[in-house]
Design a protein around this ligand. Structure first.
Ligand SMILES: Cc1cc2nc3c(=O)[nH]c(=O)nc-3n(C[C@H](O)[C@H](O)[C@H](O)COP(=O)(O)O)c2cc1C
Length: 386
């Protein structure tokens, strides 16, 4: 049973701060999937099994890691390793982990078109009650066509996906907040006499995030979400700061405020050379290139559709965390890079590692204390003033 706790009066600001005073939030991304986010064949790659997830979540919770973000993926990408071929469903995964942790925020990643909104709203409330206010929702409207085929669900065109997502989320927010029964009549959803109890924990609602990269996806996030995930620039920190500012400015125009997060891939070792060597070993020499090419083909990126140079660039980016910012180095370097991202205006980062549970202890012991000294994090267990 969790023993921390969000008191009933703690509202959205406490949830947005993930119940602590860390300026830079750090989460682990993708551990519910086999191989995590590293398209590699090295034998130590992440299993994604339940015992490993449980061990990792408890370790992360103790270490003061702020959140866990799973990937909503329903079938493997194939290749020699069947990359992400074994995945734990994210809301049930979150429920198990929330019951076994005390402080950490845990997201479920949910494809709106695949979940009836009433069932989804009640699942989220159940998870939130179990975690006493630590459940978050990553809303996705769909990405990979073949996954939808498996469900017999036709993927809508891009704009309509987000229109549907809007109705779906509107219904869920009403279920969470409204005591009286209501009817809902939209272009996609038509529901009668909707009523559901209990409500989310403590009189507020779960954090909501989205990671759409199109203008429509971004506008959706600004309109509806507490957190937006975007790609950090691989070119310069200034460019990242500019991207963050653009999102914040767009939000301001709509009278909204949104926290901006990004995604990274950490290879942190005692020396820069060891980090570089392991990166080369796992992500280049032993990449599962057959899986990488399959992932790219789904996005219509092939040797026939783009230049050789562009193809090579995409290949190397996708082998490493499917596009996250590489953070490769000793503890000083990785901590410095993370602190810089915080200074660029980012509220947090979701990182992955080849084997999360093997690599987290070094990150916890060496990188997190440096981030405290750099002023972007506080010691594990400190609570927010919020
Ligand atoms: C941090 C992050 C997490 C995401 N998680 C998932 C996921 O688990 N499942 C999924 O189908 N799509 C996921 N996506 C894809 C996005 O939801 C979105 O569909 C994609 O970025 C394309 O943007 P668009 O929908 O605006 O075109 C994720 C993207 C990012 C950057």
């Amino acid at each position: 049973m969790p023993d921390r706790h969000v008191s009933a009066h703690e509202g959205m600001s406490a949830r947005k701060s993930m119940h602590n005073a860390n300026a830079l939030k750090i989460g682990l991304f993708g551990s519910n999937c086999s191989s995590g986010r590293a398209v590699t064949s090295v034998p130590e790659r992440w299993s994604g099994s339940w015992p490993d997830n449980l061990r990792l979540a408890r370790m992360a919770d103790e270490a003061g890691i702020d959140f866990l973000l799973p990937i909503g993926r329903w079938k493997g990408y194939g290749g020699d390793t069947d990359y992400q071929g074994a995945t734990l469903e994210t809301v049930t995964w979150a429920c198990g982990l929330l019951a076994s942790t005390r402080r950490i925020t845990i997201f479920g990643t949910v494809h709106a078109p695949l979940f009836n909104p009433i069932i989804a709203a009640k699942e989220f409330v159940t998870a939130d009650q179990i975690g006493e206010g630590r459940f978050g929702l990553n809303l996705v409207v769909g990405w990979n066509e073949d996954e939808f085929d498996m469900f017999g669900v036709k993927q809508r065109d891009h704009e309509s996906r987000y229109e549907f997502g809007q109705e779906w989320l509107d219904v869920i927010k009403r279920i969470w907040s409204q005591d009286e029964s209501f009817d809902f009549s939209g272009s996609y959803l038509s529901l009668k006499g909707v009523r559901a109890n209990p409500k989310p924990y403590g009189g507020s609602r779960p954090l909501i995030m989205n990671a759409g990269s199109s203008p429509t996806g971004r506008a959706f996030a600004i309109r509806n979400c507490d957190a937006f995930f975007m790609q950090a620039s691989r070119v310069s920190l200034e460019e990242t700061a500019q991207r963050v500012q653009t999102v914040k400015d767009e939000a301001k125009k709509d009278d909204r405020e949104i926290d901006v997060y990004t995604v990274g891939v950490v290879t942190c070792r005692p020396t820069q050379k060891e980090a570089d060597d392991y990166y080369r070993h796992s992500i280049i020499d032993n990449a599962d290139w057959s899986a990488v090419d399959g992932i790219l083909a789904k996005k219509n990126i092939t040797r026939d559709t783009v230049s050789a140079e562009e193809f090579a660039k995409h290949r190397s980016q996708y082998a490493n965390g499917m596009g996250g910012l590489p953070l490769v180095g000793d503890a000083d370097k990785v901590a410095g890079q993370l602190a810089d991202l915080s200074r660029a205006g980012l509220r947090g980062i979701a990182v992955s590692m080849v084997n999360y549970a093997d690599e987290l202890p070094f990150f916890r012991d060496e990188v997190l204390p440096r981030l405290e000294r750099l002023g972007v994090r506080v010691a594990a267990g400190s609570t927010a003033d919020a």
